[in-house]
Design a protein around this ligand. Structure first.
Ligand code: E4P
Length: 216
């Protein structure tokens, strides 16, 4: 399973990219707004220069023609830009046209395996089931990831599953066990995944013991 970073924060992306463990980035309007007003194109191009993999940017038009127009513009920015499109009738129509133009798409705000199946049939490159937001309302978010992976595998559909809206490190393990192709995770979660208290204790003890050897 690959890991994408779910943020629009340039410094967090720079740091994570340097660790060599992320292979893409996902943004959404909320994440972009969190970083303040600025030049979106310049920010996306900077991200593309740091992470050489898929970079998702959301299209916001409500109708199919608007989505297609927006998607063509976003995709013209850089070869790695993937256009995020919320599931709707307009979204599916746009995805089916864009896939024939070889524009990569990420079906977003996906909350059911039915929505994920439709996204794959329309030709989405990626589908993003939102795990945490389903958990928040008492549904089993990771179940949607597992069902979607099972359906795609059974019918050999090429769409890749991005487990999204992940909230804690256990979600990453569960996404990997469910067979998700990608987990997109917040920066803070990546930091949590690196750390373990026994690692800290072990490093401190080895350092102490090495001092004793050095004194002999
Ligand atoms: C990723 O593609 C989504 O935009 C993101 O994971 C949503 O996460 P949230 O539910 O924590 O906002």
């Amino acid at each position: 399973m690959r890991i994408f970073l779910d943020t629009a924060n340039i410094e967090h992306i720079r740091h994570a990219a340097g660790l060599g463990v992320i292979s893409g980035v996902t943004t959404n309007p909320t994440l972009v707004a969190r970083e303040g007003a600025g030049d979106l194109k310049a920010a996306i191009l900077e991200i593309c220069s740091m992470v050489h993999g898929p970079i998702s940017v959301e299209a916001l038009s409500p109708d199919a023609d608007g989505i297609k127009q927006e998607a063509r513009e976003l995709a013209s920015w850089h070869k790695n830009v993937v256009v995020k499109i919320p599931i709707s009738e307009a979204g599916l129509e746009a995805i089916s046209v864009l896939s024939r133009e070889n524009i990569k798409t990420n079906l977003t705000l996906c909350f059911s395996a039915n929505q994920a199946l439709l996204g794959a049939l329309a030709g989405a490159t990626y589908v993003s089931p939102f795990v945490g937001r389903l958990d928040d309302i008492g549904h089993h978010g990771m179940g949607v990831v597992a069902d979607t992976v099972g359906i795609y595998n059974y019918y050999k559909l090429p769409t890749q599953v991005i487990a999204a809206s992940l909230r804690h490190p256990l979600h990453t393990i569960e996404a990997a066990k469910a067979g998700a192709h990608i987990a997109t995770i917040p920066y803070s979660m990546l930091m949590q995944m690196i750390r373990h208290p026994l690692t800290d204790i072990g490093i401190a003890r080895f350092a102490e013991d090495w001092k004793k050897v050095a004194k002999q």
